[in-house]
Design a protein around this ligand. Structure first.
Ligand code: C6P
Length: 405
């Protein structure tokens, strides 16, 4: 599907045509996004919200149109609920600081899960340390799905926020996020959804989900690096203090006291990444031109095919096999004697054959510890991948296994 829209896909790696299966780390960019970046810098580059001159007004208009595109994409009630950040990690850090300042006191609790990416662990850990609060962790069942009964038992009168991934970056599992939100809301607890691995693959509607916050990164959605989103319900964002000071976030500055701007600017200190937002808007237009349902169906088929092909190989263990996944599949390879072939070695031999996958802990060390392995090999798909890509990958993997076993 649409491989020709992505110039990098015609590159050769180690003398072989590139087969890019590291999309959960970052996706490749279509012409529409690359052209948007060149257009911005060659035709209307100027700082936004600051100038009366023509270029500044054009730049401001493009930046704010992109915000509306993002708001419509996730079905936010208003573009005031869309805060541009540097990425998912930045969004979570911002939320942790801001929410923590306003809402967290000694002895309060934050709930995350065993399968979170470090970006949805460390900011909450830092906050809990600062505020002498407690971080609680939803455990996994034997099949690696979240233990929802244990989650219910973890919620207490002191729980102030739940922050959970919609899709696990390591396992690709789609978590029952609607259920998690409903359970938390029953107890009056707000929920932050880490959508870094879901918004690229599934149609996410924040009003339907009723999540209080949603965070995601443009670079995993065919958009530029250095740009992400913190969505928050207006009621929440209005209650929270800014996380950073300076630039666009002020109304008036006096040495005695500074007053803050309205939403969303209150949370956007300094010159925003307006070229990034414009290019991200084009990435979303591109995804919509393909169709979210078409993308989801295509990737679902590919993921099922990928998992089935891997599971059919002797001595290959697929994690969370059979559970609903979006985009990513993790596995490990074992020798006849049961010894693990290090995922790094598998990754290197795949790379020699032009196949890009990710190996290691995938920035989810607590989950890797739970799996009791040094890491996994992860293959992850995007809209431009084909069944042929999977076949090339499987053939390359068979060769790698032959050499390593
Ligand atoms: N995961 C991966 O290879 P940033 O780096 O800020 O754009 O996204 C951080 C992040 C947060 N949550 C989840 C679920 C993620 O998957 C990621 C990024 C990449 O799995 C790079 S480590």
């Amino acid at each position: 599907m649409r491989q020709s829209d992505f110039p990098i896909l015609t590159e050769q790696v180690n003398g072989r045509p590139l087969v890019y299966l590291d999309n959960a780390a970052t996706t490749q960019k279509p012409h529409a996004v690359l052209n948007a970046i060149v257009e911005a810098y060659s035709k209307w580059n100027a700082n936004v919200h600051r100038g009366v001159h023509h270029l500044s007004q054009v730049a401001t208009q493009k930046h704010e149109e992109a915000r509306k595109t993002v708001a419509a994409f996730i079905h936010a009630q208003s573009e005031e609920e869309i805060i541009f950040t540097k990425g998912t990690t930045d969004s979570i850090n911002m939320l942790a600081f801001s929410f923590g300042e306003a809402m967290l006191h000694e002895g309060d609790e934050i709930v995350i899960s065993q399968l979170e990416h470090h970006s949805n662990i460390v900011p909450w850990q830092m906050l809990c340390e600062r505020k002498k609060a407690v971080l609680k962790v939803i455990p996994l069942r034997d099949d690696l799905s979240l233990d929802i009964e244990a989650f219910k038992a973890l919620l207490s009168e002191r729980t102030r926020l739940v922050s959970v991934a919609h899709v696990s970056n390591l396992l690709g599992i789609v978590n029952p996020i609607e259920e998690i939100i409903a359970i938390a809301h029953e107890k009056g607890v707000p929920v932050c959804v880490d959508g870094a691995q879901s918004v690229p693959h599934l149609a996410v509607d924040v009003q339907q989900l009723d999540c209080d916050f949603l965070v995601f990164s443009a670079h995993k959605m065919y958009g530029p690096t250095g740009l992400g989103v913190l969505y928050g319900k207006k009621e929440w964002l209005n209650q929270l203090p800014p996380a950073e000071g300076g630039g666009e976030m002020i109304e008036h500055v006096r040495f005695e006291q500074t007053t803050y701007n309205v939403l969303p600017y209150k949370f956007e200190a300094g010159t925003p990444n307006f070229v990034g937002s414009y290019a991200f808007g084009k990435a979303i237009d591109y995804m919509e031109s393909v169709g979210l349902d078409t993308i989801a169906a295509h990737e679902h088929q590919l993921t099922l095919y990928l998992e089935a092909q891997l599971a059919a190989l002797p001595h290959v263990h697929v994690y969370a096999a059979g559970l609903r996944k979006a985009g990513a599949v993790s596995f490990n390879v074992y020798r006849e004697d049961g010894g693990l072939i290090h995922p790094f070695d598998v990754g290197v031999l795949l790379d020699r054959q032009g196949v890009a996958v990710r190996t290691g802990h995938h920035c989810a060390e607590p989950l890797i510890d739970h799996l009791q392995v040094p890491g996994t090999v992860r293959a992850s798909v995007a809209l431009y991948n084909t069944q042929e890509d999977i076949d090339t990958f499987i053939a390359a993997l068979k060769k790698a296994i032959m050499m390593l076993a």
